[in-house]
Design a protein around this ligand. Structure first.
Ligand code: TYD
Ligand code: MG
Length: 409
């Protein structure tokens, strides 16, 4: 049979009512599919899934929350917060709960209840008594997921497995699950910060380019519908800070990138980064030293993408370079990069709007174009950031530094 002759039915979707979650899933949960949600402990996986089930229950869908980790009473307390004033998920308490770690009981319950959607929190806590090995061991996790997969397909239950992520960032044990499940989602952020991003790393029913941004509040997670406005509004205007026009999937996102450069006592000096790749930082520092006359070989360098956002893309290079150079020279980016309303008014010491930038830094010190340049520019303009430093404007890193960090007269 030729592929063109194969009938491909349209994939139905269960909309969760949380727009950001639906978008990352590619339009909602697919009945009978298996989704793995990874994230470090305390990041908000249970909260997110309580909300998802609560919304679906409020929509008349049958749901089931299997908790192997927390008692029914603990889950109820969380649901109360979500259902309470300002929680936005009034039906969170409608969701049936099964506090259980025995796989056979869970499977039997699924067969009896046949819910539309089921959450297993977490895959590492369930175990098959017929199998040796502690819960969470590779053998157990594989068996648990395999059985649940079979049940999900047979009964058409959309199943979400929660998986804990180890320090190294791998889904603990369940790396073995990634090829098995239909969709791998990752919930990221820093526990101390309020922002969280949901990303798809694998999706058989949609793109892996989407990301959703949430904020953790007292009453649960709230979708951040316009993260750029949030991050630009909070951006500091000081030496060591620039705004990066990043892409979160198909959506442009403005985030603040900060750097601190200070004399080091250590050999080799410290390189600490949050939200960007260490190797990219090393590359950018090397190019700054070799092609822009800015050596950091005796300095500690710290780089942070504010808000716990990850900017793992080559387009972030220029922002890292400008933030580091600005920190090292003690110059506020864009201090003279064009007249600002405040400067025109005269006498106002207020720093101008932050400088925005994007672009890849090449090994010979050149700036290279990155995908979606026009959309990144448009996003910056939307927030009044008229001074955008990017590869079309500056050909080299040296030139970009000259434009962004003019020396004071
Ligand atoms: P949780 O969803 O239990 O994380 P995970 O399942 O990923 O381990 O929630 C983590 C933290 O979120 C918890 O320490 C308390 C906090 N939290 C809030 O700030 N607001 C809320 O409404 C809820 C339910 C939790
Ligand atoms: Mg949890």
């Amino acid at each position: 049979m030729r592929l063109g002759e194969v009938t491909a039915p349209r994939v139905p979707r269960l909309r969760t009512g949380l727009g950001e979650v639906d978008r990352v899933l590619g339009g909602g949960l697919v009945p009978g599919s298996l989704v793995l949600l990874g994230g470090s402990p305390g990041i908000g996986k249970s909260t997110l899934l309580n909300m998802v089930l609560g919304r679906l229950a409020g929509d008349g869908r049958s749901t089931l929350y299997v908790s192997g980790e927390e008692s029914a009473a603990q889950v109820r307390l969380r649901a109360e917060r979500l259902a309470g004033a300002g929680g936005g998920t009034p039906s969170a308490l409608e969701v049936p709960i099964l506090a259980e770690t025995d796989l056979d009981t869970v499977v039997a319950t699924l067969e009896a209840e046949r819910p539309d959607v089921c959450v297993i929190d977490s895959v590492q806590t369930l175990h098959d008594t017929g199998l040796s090995g502690a819960p969470g061991s590779v053998g157990q996790v594989r068996e648990v997921a395999g059985r649940l997969m079979e049940v999900a397909k047979r009964l058409d239950v959309a199943t979400v497995l929660v998986g804990h992520v180890t320090k190294e960032g791998a889904l603990a044990g369940p790396r073995v699950l990634e090829h098995l499940v239909d969709c791998v989602l990752q919930f990221e952020g820093e526990r101390e910060r309020t922002y969280r991003t949901l990303r798809a790393h694998k999706n058989r029913f949609g793109s892996t380019n989407e990301a959703g941004v949430f904020e953790m509040r007292d009453s649960g997670l709230v979708e951040v519908l316009d993260p750029s406005a949030r991050f630009v509004g909070e951006a500091t205007r000081a030496a060591g800070s620039v705004v990066l026009c990043a892409m979160e999937g198909t959506r442009p996102l403005l985030v603040e990138v900060q750097a601190l450069v200070s004399p080091s006592e250590l050999v080799p000096p410290r390189r600490v980064c949050n939200g960007i790749d260490r190797n990219r930082l090393a590359l950018v520092l090397a190019v700054l030293g070799r092609h822009a006359g800015l050596s950091t070989s005796t300095s500690d360098v710290f780089v942070n993408v504010v808000g716990g956002v990850r900017a793992d893309e080559p387009g972030a290079d220029l922002a890292v370079a400008l933030a580091v150079a600005s920190a090292a020279r003690g110059l506020v980016p864009g201090a003279a990069a064009g007249p600002t309303p405040a400067a025109d008014a005269g006498g106002d010491e207020r720093p101008p709007l932050p400088v925005a930038c994007f672009g890849e830094v090449g090994l010979t010190g050149e700036l290279r174009a990155v995908a979606h340049g026009d959309r990144r520019l448009a996003e910056a303009r939307k927030f009044g950031l008229s001074s955008v430093i990017e590869p079309d404007r500056c050909g080299t890193l040296r030139e970009a530094l000259r434009v962004a960090l003019p020396r004071r007269r």
